[in-house]
Ligand binder design. Structure first.
Ligand code: SAH
Length: 342
């Protein structure tokens, strides 16, 4: 069955034309799905019953169902566990910032990238999410909280560039002026660094922010914590990031998870500065979120600050990511994992 919420406005129009329906019906349907956030065809009051019947028979209307919700007492961060139509579970997070509300979504069920410090990859990869399932994480959070969402980060479970076509379609749909109309400048995609896909993404003419999970400044160190580093060298990855920056004009971000005794020495600061400066990347330092199965420890707060100061002195634009929702299974994949194991 056709996954109707993953279709663009033009595709919808063509599909309805086939059914003998006029263009304005496609506009109404698109509006119901992406602006009114209807939960099903029933709700679409101004559509004729015969049209809804035809849609029910031919087009699947994907939604997600909330299975669990945790609200942080510390900072109001909310973590959601959603069931997909086939019963698979994914996590999404709602966060309040001074610049607006941000939702972090998952792009796959599980992940096959195998980063050593990450909980999302412990059970491997199950399947890709459809564009509609990525949209629905944002839509359902809007329905449930009643809050506006101005920013979306694709930083939940999964490697977005390993689900490339669905990701690009998701970005076009959520930023569609006739839909939720989220500014592409407020969308961040985080990747572990699949080089050919970074280059392809650069050519899509999107205005999104690309964040690279760098986490180490030498190939040897990076290969120890990220299997993808065995496939693409840091040099190749930097070339792709430069291409992205030069083609789109968008500043890129490097994420650097600080792990005690692994990547937090003085030599690492120099290496990181040497990589960030030539492509004028913004560096986001993240104290590693300890995952029980992984055994990595956080760099102490003082040492994190010192690492940041040294980077700044070298001229790098750097921030420390504020930790949110530590009291609610904040780290990637932890809520889902607890449910799968219980
Ligand atoms: N696959 C993508 C996006 C999902 S992970 C990527 O690799 O970028 C989102 C970010 O969280 C990545 O930077 C990832 O390296 C980081 N991350 C994963 N587990 C973490 C942990 N335990 N502590 C801190 N950051 C973590």
């Amino acid at each position: 069955m056709t996954d109707i919420k993953s279709m663009t406005g033009e595709e919808l129009e063509a599909a309805l034309r086939e059914m003998g329906l006029p263009r304005y019906r496609a506009d109404q349907l698109f509006h119901w799905m992406h602006v009114s956030l209807a939960r099903d065809y029933e709700e679409m009051r101004n559509l004729p019953a015969a049209m809804k019947e035809m849609l029910r028979r031919t087009c699947e209307y994907r939604t997600v169902r909330m299975e669990d919700r945790q609200i942080s007492a510390a900072d109001g961060t909310q973590k959601f566990l959603f069931a997909l139509p086939d019963g698979n579970l994914v996590e999404s997070v709602f966060m309040r910032y001074h610049f607006g509300n941000s939702v972090c979504i998952s792009s796959q069920v599980g992940c096959r990238m195998g980063c050593r410090f990450c909980a999302s990859t412990l059970n491997g990869w199950e399947r890709n999410l459809t564009p509609s399932e990525m949209l629905e994480q944002v839509y359902e959070i809007r329905r449930v909280t009643g809050e506006k969402v101005s920013h979306v980060v694709v930083m939940g479970t999964g490697e977005p560039l390993d689900n490339y076509d669905a990701l690009v379609r998701f970005i076009r749909l959520i930023s569609d002026p006739k839909g939720m109309a989220l500014s592409q400048r407020n969308i961040t995609v985080s990747t572990c660094g699949i080089v050919p896909c970074i280059r392809e993404l650069a050519r899509e003419k999107l205005q999104i922010t690309l964040a690279l999970s760098l986490h180490a400044a030498t190939d040897r160190q990076r290969r120890e914590i990220m299997p993808v580093a065995g496939q693409y060298s840091i040099a190749e990855t930097m070339e792709a990031m430069r291409f992205y920056y030069e083609t789109t004009g968008r500043q890129v971000t490097f994420e650097y998870t600080l792990i005690r005794g692994v990547n937090d020495a003085s030599a690492d600061v120099e290496g990181l500065a040497g990589l960030a400066l030539p492509v004028r990347a913004h560096v986001n330092l993240i104290p590693v979120n300890p995952v029980r199965e992984r055994g990595y420890a956080q760099t102490e707060a003082g040492a994190v600050q010192a690492f940041k100061n040294k980077l700044e002195k070298s001229g790098v634009n750097v921030t420390i990511r504020r930790e949110m929702g530590r009291d609610i299974d904040g780290a990637c994949g932890q809520l889902r994992r607890r449910h799968i194991l219980s």
